[in-house]
Design a protein around this ligand. Structure first.
Ligand code: SF4
Ligand code: MG
Length: 315
């Protein structure tokens, strides 16, 4: 059982370097076993930071991460390693995340060998099985990563993640660098793997339309905070937060010929120095006086639907 996982507790605060890490604060997110949670927001809002913390790559400066209800801080190092193996990341850039000088067999086979999931003798067939699972030919084993197209490299990245037998994948913009037709193929692969292996996903994207057909639940992030969370159906049919509504307005609907960008007005402020009150207030078309000083709290507005907007207090 994976969930509840990543109850990131109160006040994650700023996380330490790398320098590009976005700030995340006061965020709590549960991901339950078998669930696909879409985490959506503009770049720099902290969604990658949150994903990396869930996968154990980044350590929160405060706050906690739970796997199977167990706080990873309280695990011994063997337990922690095991918990982290079970949560693997698939990154945005299949070019940058694969060493071009390594053979596919090394890229995919290294971790399972280190962690004793296979033996040197069985490595070839083990790697072949992972490649086939990711929709690649086993004969790719002996080739180098640079010999492949973007879509194929992303499949190699997926095979590498699957090779340690994870329960959960954190996909960080995993299709953002790919052509639209390839995007659909990779999304289909994720869905097939969910069926086949019962995988759980935290699916991070700046694009709501990418998560629409794939997520059970969607959390919307803005400048380091989750501002709304609900079932995918409710997010798309009854968006509550003005930021969610603005993001939705940017998705071209079926039958629409061109993208009519209503682009949310204003620049994205720095998450390191966010605006006072509701962080969204300088860009919100419903802004009221209290929005400039008072931070809105996440409140339940319907069953399994939370949103942080002062408009919900209005009679
Ligand atoms: Fe807009 Fe105010 Fe709601 Fe923030 S709290 S989203 S500024 S209406
Ligand atoms: Mg990012």
């Amino acid at each position: 059982k994976v969930g509840p996982l990543g109850r990131l507790g109160q006040k994650l605060g700023l996380v330490s370097p790398p320098a590009v890490t976005a700030a995340v604060s006061d965020v709590s997110l549960d991901v339950f076993k078998g669930e696909v949670v879409g985490l959506v927001g503009e770049s720099g809002c902290g969604k990658s930071t949150l994903g990396r913390m869930a996968a154990g790559i980044l350590k929160p400066s405060s706050g906690d991460i739970y796997v199977d209800g167990q706080n990873i801080r309280q695990m011994n190092s063997r337990e922690r390693k095991h918990a982290q193996l079970r949560i693997q990341m698939v990154f945005q850039d299949p070019y940058a995340s694969l060493n071009p000088r390594l053979r596919v067999s090394d890229i995919v086979g290294e971790s399972p060998l280190i962690h004793g999931l296979t033996t040197a003798r069985e490595l070839d067939s083990y790697v072949s099985a992972q490649l086939e699972r990711a929709g690649l030919s086993a004969t790719f084993r002996n080739r180098f990563a640079h010999q492949f197209s973007g879509g194929q490299r992303q499949r190699i990245g997926i095979a590498r993640a699957l090779a340690v037998q994870p329960d959960m994948l954190v996909c960080d913009e995993a299709v953002a660098a790919l052509d639209v037709s390839i995007q659909a193929q990779i999304l289909n692969l994720f869905m097939d793997l969910r069926e086949e292996l019962g995988l759980t996903y935290l699916f991070i994207s700046h694009d709501l339309s990418v998560v629409e057909h794939f997520s059970d639940r969607v959390a919307i992030m803005y400048l380091g905070k989750i501002v709304e969370s609900a079932s995918a159906q409710d997010i798309f049919s009854k968006p509550n937060h003005p930021y969610t509504q603005a993001l939705l307005a940017e998705i071209p609907r079926m039958g629409e010929r061109k993208k009519v960008f209503t682009t949310i007005k204003g620049e994205i402020p720095s998450p390191l120095n966010p605006p006072s009150g509701c962080h969204f207030h300088p860009r919100c078309k419903y802004v009221m006086e209290r929005c400039k000083t008072e931070v809105p709290k996440l409140k339940g507005i319907a069953i399994n639907h939370i949103s942080a907007c002062h408009l919900n207090d209005m009679p």
